[in-house]
Design a protein around this ligand. Structure first.
Ligand code: AMP
Ligand code: ZN
Ligand code: FE
Ligand code: FE
Length: 296
């Protein structure tokens, strides 16, 4: 089996990346990738444009990154599930994603209101303009803070008080067990994104990950920019224990983050093929006439 460079976690302007979905495939090919998954937050809006822009030799895995919570924890803990190859028309998941996107809108507007009440000179229209019709997220508020001169860049805005606890507003994330069930119902597979990224906030215990595995989770993302070497090996150990697949990906966000396409892209061809074989909702996509085939 030939090894290929496979990056299963990227964002476009359909959420909080800065490359349009149609610009992502050419950039991926230029970075030497054979497979790229488009995993915008809570949306499939970028799939068609990305599929239409595939150069020969590049396979697109349609996906999404689902905003979830483990609601049984007190207070609930946020977590992200990468979902791949599900049927985007399946009503249960489609409606659940729409509800999360709507909640993101009201939550972002509330954060802007709180900032404005404290005298921060940003506007809701400005944030909407940065989101450009895609899923609204805090990185779009971060860009407004950068434009206002209150942070050096998007990451700096996250490190500042302005996106800190005072301005943290809840959004109505999916219950993580519901999310796994809905993705399976839509024929897709799930991989827990950056499960041990303690630097991003509170993380769930291994016992919960074991429950998720029993509920139908397929894999864990081990290699990720927000994981230390110790966290990566802890993820690999847990995956071995629970019989889960292991992936590694860039979580590319264009200029909203410093990672490049293909960074941490350690997913093996065998793992990729097992993920594809586990999904029935939709198939990986290649350019018309591309004989490199959907399975590299
Ligand atoms: P939200 O989904 O609206 O809560 O915003 C969280 C998103 O912001 C994450 O999924 C990342 O894409 C991004 N993010 C979080 N921390 C940082 C950071 N330090 N620098 C840049 N982007 C970040
Ligand atoms: Zn993001
Ligand atoms: Fe994430
Ligand atoms: Fe992501």
């Amino acid at each position: 089996m030939t090894e290929h460079l496979i990056d299963l976690h990227t964002h476009s302007t359909a959420s909080d990346g800065t490359l349009a979905p149609g610009d992502l495939p050419p950039a991926a090919a230029a970075a030497g990738l054979a497979v790229i998954a488009l995993t915008d937050h809570d949306t499939t809006a970028g799939w068609a444009a990305a599929a239409a822009a595939l150069p020969p030799g590049l396979t697109l895995v349609p996906g999404a990154e689902l905003s979830c919570k483990w609601y049984a924890a007190d207070p609930p803990i946020s977590l992200h599930l990468l979902a791949y190859l599900f049927d985007p028309a399946e009503a249960g998941l489609r409606d659940a994603l729409r509800a999360v996107r709507e909640s993101r809108l009201t939550r972002a507007e509330r954060i802007v209101d709180l900032l404005r009440a404290d005298g921060v000179a940003i506007t809701w229209d400005q944030v909407l303009a940065y989101a450009a019709g895609g899923t609204v997220g805090r990185p779009h508020i971060a860009r407004a803070l950068v434009a206002a001169g209150l942070a050096p860049d998007v990451s700096g805005a996250f490190a500042s008080e302005w996106l800190g606890p005072r301005y943290r507003v809840h959004k109505a994330d999916l219950d993580v067990f519901d999310a796994i069930r809905l993705v399976r119902q839509a024929g897709g597979v799930t991989v827990f994104a950056h499960p041990k990224a303690a630097r991003r906030g509170r993380i769930v215990p291994d016992s919960l990950i074991a429950e998720l595995a029993a509920a139908g989770l397929t894999g864990l993302e081990a290699d990720h920019a927000d994981h230390s070497p110790a966290e990566r090996s802890a993820v690999r150990g847990l995956a071995a224990e629970l019989g889960l697949l292991v992936t590694g990906s860039s979580d590319f966000h264009g200029t909203n983050k410093t990672v490049r396409l293909g960074d941490n892209a350690t997913t093996t061809t065998e793992t990729y093929e097992r993920l594809v074989a586990s999904a029935t909702g939709t198939r990986p996509i290649t350019a018309p006439g591309d004989r490199s085939s959907s399975a590299p």
